[in-house]
Design a protein around this ligand. Structure first.
Ligand SMILES: *Cc1c(COP(=O)(O)O)cnc(C)c1O
Length: 424
């Protein structure tokens, strides 16, 4: 079956033909593609068309598609059984790697997705502090949990409004939404509500409004205020964990949160999430403590084995400097192509993640990001797809490099992008 036929059939049996909304390409127009194969930096769709892939499963892949060693691990483990529902040795192996690599994590609990990780971390923060309010930042995405899927109302610091029908206002109102990179707004929120705030949750580098870097003062103020008022600081490192450095954004910026949420790279392409932190906080999680959280398939042996192989590879090979150099060169060349065509843009970049914003404004928060020309982005996306370059189907997402994107793959991608842009 080709893309077109698959999409027609998918629409009959899946809402919008997909299992996650952005896959439907609504923000960029055109019909979604169905992917059937991935190898290293490339993917192939159901029509047999090949793409250089900068989506990398939303950043989950850092070693590229189907690395031989990892596929072998998966095959070997599958022979031994797919799930036991009791504890298996790979859980211990992966937990030890996480504790070794992520500076602030002393104990960790595995779950099945990033959403579960943030949901459970917020519950734990509320349980530990006995408080109700959650602070989040406009434009940060933390999965689709009710308390975190809220939007900012009008104004600078507002109690959240439901991000979707199905979330009661009463729940949304327990979340305070502040602008990113605004230490004064944070200070004001703590002055007014400090004694009621259970936690502040943040993407320490934002990836879900497009890549937006934190100002040092923003992260430091957050650490200082949460400590002063007895609230917990949660770093949602579902994207940045094992992506910015072995120890994620907290290593790179030298700021240690109380709790860390992990996902994406952690599972190496398998559905894995985790939350972890200081010993005395994690010891409140059941059965050691009183805050309940559980999962039938949590710690699944296949997922844990693949995660462990992935982290071992990252720990032992330490590919981060080289990845960053390659990304920097790629971003520079990409910018040149856009400049030659006279397209105003900004590229925010760190480590192996970046976003091309079609705006002239420096992008430091969601308001800035929203000044982008999303119509131009949509045309850019479709032109790239046509030429065989796959990027995220939205202006407000991050592009990723993997260790499988070698110089010649990047040169080929640049050549395809040049062709695409010349036709815009
Ligand atoms: C992807 C993402 C999530 C949600 O993870 P899922 O596995 O999609 O549930 C949470 N937080 C951040 C920062 C993410 O990028």
């Amino acid at each position: 079956m080709n893309n077109e036929k698959l999409y027609r059939e998918a629409l009959q049996v899946l809402p919008g033909g997909v299992n996650s909304p952005v896959r439907a390409f609504k923000a960029v127009g055109g019909k979604p593609i169905f992917l059937v194969k991935g190898r290293r930096s490339r993917v192939w769709d159901a029509d047999g068309k090949e793409y250089v892939d900068f989506l990398a499963s939303w950043g989950a892949l850092i070693l590229g598609h189907a690395p031989k060693k990892i596929v072998k691990t998966l095959q070997d483990e599958a022979e031994k059984g797919l799930s036991f529902g009791l504890t298996n040795p790979h859980e211990v192996t992966l937990a030890k790697l996480v504790v070794e690599m992520v500076p602030s994590v002393e104990k960790v609990r595995f779950v099945n997705s990033g959403t579960e990780a943030t949901m459970s971390a917020v519950r734990l923060a509320r349980g530990v502090t006995g408080r109700k309010l959650v602070v989040k930042f406009d434009g940060c995405y933390h999965g689709h949990y009710d308390s975190l899927l809220v939007s900012a109302g009008s104004g600078v610091a507002t109690f959240g409004i439901p991000g979707t029908p199905g979330i009661p206002e009463e729940i949304a109102r327990l979340t305070l939404v502040l602008p990113y990179n605004d230490p004064e707004a944070l200070e004001k929120a703590f002055k007014e509500h400090g004694e009621e705030i259970a936690c502040v949750i943040v993407e320490p580098v934002a990836g879900n409004m497009g890549v937006v870097l934190p100002e040092r003062e923003f992260l430091e103020k957050m650490r200082e205020l949460t400590r002063k008022y007895g609230a917990l600081l949660i770093f949602d490192e579902v994207i940045t964990g094992f992506r910015l450095a072995k120890g994620g954004a907290q290593e790179r910026f030298g700021v240690e949160p109380d709790l860390t949420c992990l996902g994406k790279v952690l599972g190496g392409g398998m559905p894995v999430g985790a939350y972890g932190g200081r010993r005395e906080i994690m010891e409140r999680v059941a059965p050691e403590g009183d805050v309940y959280q559980a999962g039938t398939l949590s710690g699944n042996p296949l997922a844990m084995a693949v995660g462990a192989e992935t982290l071992k590879e990252l720990r032992d090979k330490d590919p981060y400097d080289e990845l960053e150099q390659r990304t920097e060169r790629f971003v520079r060349e990409l910018s040149k192509i856009l400049l030659e065509k006279g397209l105003p843009h900004r590229i925010n970049f760190i480590a192996s993640m970046f976003t091309v914003f079609f705006t002239e404004k420096e992008v430091k928060n969601f308001e800035d990001a929203k000044s982008s020309d999303t119509e131009l982005f949509a045309r850019f996306f479709r032109a790239l797809l046509e030429e065989g370059v796959l990027i995220p189907p939205s202006q407000f997402e991050a592009w990723f490099l993997t260790t499988a994107h070698e110089e010649e793959d990047l040169d080929e991608a640049l050549e395809r992008i040049r062709r695409a842009v010349s036709k815009l």
